[in-house]
Design a protein around this ligand. Structure first.
Ligand SMILES: Nc1ncnc2c1ncn2[C@@H]1O[C@H](COP(=O)(O)OP(=O)(O)OP(=O)(O)O)[C@@H](O)[C@H]1O
Ligand SMILES: O=c1ccn([C@@H]2O[C@H](COP(=O)(O)O)[C@@H](O)[C@H]2O)c(=O)[nH]1
Ligand SMILES: [Mg+2]
Length: 240
């Protein structure tokens, strides 16, 4: 459980679209209190608007690696859409086989399914700062998310990395992922260019995109990421 120790929220959300803000507060946080009765929420947490960051970039561009550093430094909750889907496969759920086949082909799982998994994790969390890593992967994903949540992300990070570097990193990753092989990587790169880059461009046009040069050491890259978040005034929280 978290409790607030200081308040600067008027600064935190000052940039947010007013059209979507109320819808988001209502849809997300009201459901937290009705659908998840086993977790007590304070009045303060219920009223809080989530701060959502989408983390985009091609396969192996370093999204997960940089998310770990953002979590350490800014206390975000990291939700990797790919990881949630892999967990769904491992749990032998009804959708598991379909998800596995989609991932092997480097294709995109239906939006509603991925959004359901993300939403469930957000509902279970006491946090209000979320990194949604590897999502949205297509305009369909993006539109479905914005419709279901009634909100746009606050920040979109895009790790820009050349294909040969991404391929090298993925092939060296050694985590036993079914899609970390050259055939699937080629398919993922094609899907990234065709379907994910339009999402990147959408947020560029909206002025929400932070383009990060994904080449360099992990620390060199993080030096570009850190100022993005230190420019926001998050409420300080302590565990109780
Ligand atoms: N700056 C870097 N330089 C060299 N290797 C890196 C760097 N950042 C991450 N890596 C390594 O590259 C691999 C891919 O990184 P990571 O898993 O963070 O990428 P990702 O964008 O999350 O990929 P995916 O979309 O496939 O999940 C990992 O083995 C990671 O340790
Ligand atoms: O929103 C999403 C995220 C992921 N996928 C599928 O999972 C794999 C692996 O994702 P990573 O982000 O690289 O862990 C991806 O290639 C897609 O097949 C998805 O469908 N939708
Ligand atoms: Mg990843």
């Amino acid at each position: 459980m978290w409790r607030r120790v200081t308040s600067v929220s008027h600064l935190t959300f000052a940039h947010k679209s007013t059209v979507n803000k109320n819808a988001c507060t209502f849809k997300c946080w009201e459901s937290f209190t009705t659908e998840i009765p086993r977790k007590e929420k304070t009045t303060y947490q219920r009223a809080k608007t989530p701060f959502i960051t989408f983390v985009l970039g091609g396969p192996g561009s370093g999204k997960g690696t940089q998310c770990m550093k953002i979590v350490e430094n800014f206390g975000f909750t990291h939700l990797s859409a790919g990881e949630l889907l892999r967990r769904e496969i491992a749990s032998n759920s009804a959708d598991g086989i379909m998800i596995l086949n989609t991932i092997k082909e480097g294709k995109i799982v239906p939006s509603e399914l991925t959004i359901k998994l993300i939403q469930k994790e957000m509902e279970l969390s006491d946090n209000y700062k979320f990194l949604i890593d590897g999502f949205p992967r297509s305009e369909d994903n993006r539109k479905a998310f914005e419709q279901i949540f009634g909100a746009e992300p606050d920040v979109v990070l895009f790790f820009d990395c050349p294909e040969d570097e991404m391929v090298k990193r993925v092939l060296n990753r050694n985590q036993g992922r079914v899609d970390d092989n050259i055939d699937t990587i080629k398919k993922r790169l094609k899907v990234f260019t065709a379907l994910n880059l339009p999402v990147v461009n959408h947020y560029l046009e909206k002025g929400k995109l932070y383009k990060i040069n994904g080449v360099g050491t992990v620390d060199e890259i993080y030096k570009q990421v850190h100022p993005v978040f230190s420019s926001f005034h998050f409420e300080k929280q302590v565990r109780v």
